[in-house]
Design a protein around this ligand. Structure first.
Ligand code: GLN
Length: 475
């Protein structure tokens, strides 16, 4: 099942496989792996109907670019006529009235959408333990978390329950679970992929990103979902390159690694030594790999949590018990509809963030927190771009540790927030970053190595990632 979409398509064309057969086998695997709690809902009948339809198109020679792809959607990406909950009780019973642009584009190219995937509530979390529908287990070791917030998505791809998945990444939610589960995860450049139809968490950070087993599939899916969209004004009109055709070797690169990240006392010793080995090998292959200064690592997580909670408190104001989903029945006045519906509908972490965000935006504190964090964000961006002006990529760990035990961090939100130390720089600066599954710990868990690139440099990022996967991956 780890073939590329391209290889699967070729097999179907030769009559060696079919969308129906593939869909049935995924449905069976989903059934066998229910204990992982990855899917909140499986669209079995519909997926089989679409599979039959797409098989005919393949035989007829008029199938779309992604025919043969069976994909899961994180439960915060809208699919018309289907339930969506962002793993929150507050959206109980709500159905999407329209599809996200990415979903429209995937379907137009004959992707089969097999179901919606568990995640942290409103994408807030790093372990998938904040879901109103229960935790997801890491398929590599069921006593561990899969990471978050797109934990269901990464776990489902790793366990072979779908071929690929779409997640969202605000501070690491695609890359971090990809690292913990041993798959590839991308946060595209801000504005590369339309956010229309993705439930907003922190709008100036959010990006939809794929989770795949290999770079070729990543490139192909990005070719389909990226590009301008009249429904998202922050989406760039820059042309979308033919990513998959441009995966060949790209010559000698100059790569910077941030000294403070490598020397960070929270970084696991084996992850550190893996990075050191990779740096050495890359040098032997002729690349220039040099230490770079980015003296702000300790300020990344605090700035991220000021800005994202501020945006979240505003974005989540719309869930009022009236417009969407859940409404408390314990109400005796219009005011108590809001109060009780929100109190009962939101989980603990979401409430914590709404309160934090409201606080940093409130009169008297706005300048001290929100405005200051915006200025700091600009400094991060300028400094990171300065590095990337003279380096092709920045190499860094994805996560400080391998996947924690279930429950290990749930009592300590700060420990949970610090899990994001290496992933928040990319969304704070709007840059693309990818996590590659090229680490294996002696504790048996996989871990990712991250590459961050220049704005809209996905072509170069994919080509170099492909080279890294070939040199340092296990295939
Ligand atoms: N763990 C981070 C947070 O909780 C990232 C979440 C995300 O990227 N959606 O905010």
């Amino acid at each position: 099942m780890n073939n590329s979409i391209h290889e699967i398509r070729a097999k179907i064309q030769k009559g060696e496989s079919s969308c129906i057969e593939l869909t049935k086998s995924y449905l069976q695997k989903i059934e066998e792996n229910k204990h992982l709690n990855t899917f909140l809902e499986v669209f079995s009948e519909e997926a089989l109907e679409n599979a039959a339809r797409i098989d005919k198109k393949i035989i007829g020679g008029n199938a779309g670019k992604l025919a043969g792809l069976i994909l899961g959607l994180k439960d915060n990406i809208c699919y018309k006529g289907h339930k969506i909950s962002a793993s929150s009780k507050i959206l109980e019973g709500f159905e999407s009235l329209y599809s996200a642009t990415v979903v429209e584009r995937l379907i137009a190219e004959d992707t089969i959408i097999i179901g919606r995937l568990n995640c942290d509530e409103f994408a807030m979390g790093s372990s998938n333990e904040n879901s109103a529908y229960g935790e997801v287990l890491n398929p590599v070791d069921n006593s561990k978390v899969p990471g978050g917030s797109s934990g269901g998505a990464a776990a489902a791809v790793k366990a072979g329950l779908c071929h690929a998945a779409l997640g969202t990444d605000t501070g690491g939610s695609v890359r971090q679970p990809a690292s913990h589960c041993g798959v590839v995860g991308l946060k595209p450049t801000y504005g590369r992929v339309s956010r229309y139809g993705a439930i907003a968490y922190a709008s100036s950070f959010d990006q939809i990103g794929p989770i795949t087993n290999n770079i070729e599939d990543m490139a192909l899916i990005m070719e389909v979902i990226a590009g301008s969209d009249e429904y998202d004004s922050t989406c760039s009109s820059q042309d979308v390159p033919n990513y998959r055709k441009e995966l060949q070797l790209t010559g000698v690169k100059k790569i910077g690694y941030i000294k403070d990240c490598l020397e960070n006392p929270g970084l696991d010793a084996e992850i550190k030594s893996r990075l050191e080995v990779i740096i050495k090998e890359l040098r032997l292959q002729g690349h220039e790999v040099v230490p770079v200064d980015f003296p702000y690592t300790d300020f990344l997580v605090p700035a991220y949590y000021v800005l994202t909670t501020a945006e979240a408190s505003s974005n989540l104001a719309r869930y009022d018990g009236i417009h969407y989903g859940y409404r408390s029945d314990q109400t005796d006045s219009w005011e108590s509809v809001y109060f009780k519906s929100r109190s009962e509908g939101f989980g603990k972490e979401v409430k914590r963030r709404i309160m934090l965000g409201t606080y940093v935006l409130s009169a008297g504190y706005f300048d001290a927190y929100y405005a200051k964090a915006q200025k700091v964000r600009r400094i991060f961006r300028d400094k990171t771009n300065e590095i990337l002006n003279t380096h092709d990529f920045i190499l860094l760990p994805t996560t400080p540790n391998t996947a924690p035990e279930l429950g290990e961090n749930t009592k300590d939100p700060i420990a949970m927030y610090l899990e994001d130390i290496f992933t928040v720089q990319a969304p704070l600066t709007g840059l693309p970053a990818i996590s590659l599954p090229i680490g294996e710990h002696t504790n048996g868990m996989p871990f990712g190595i991250q590459l961050m690139g220049r704005r809209f440099s996905e072509t170069a990022l994919f080509a170099f990632s492909n080279e890294m996967m070939q040199n340092f991956g296990d295939n």
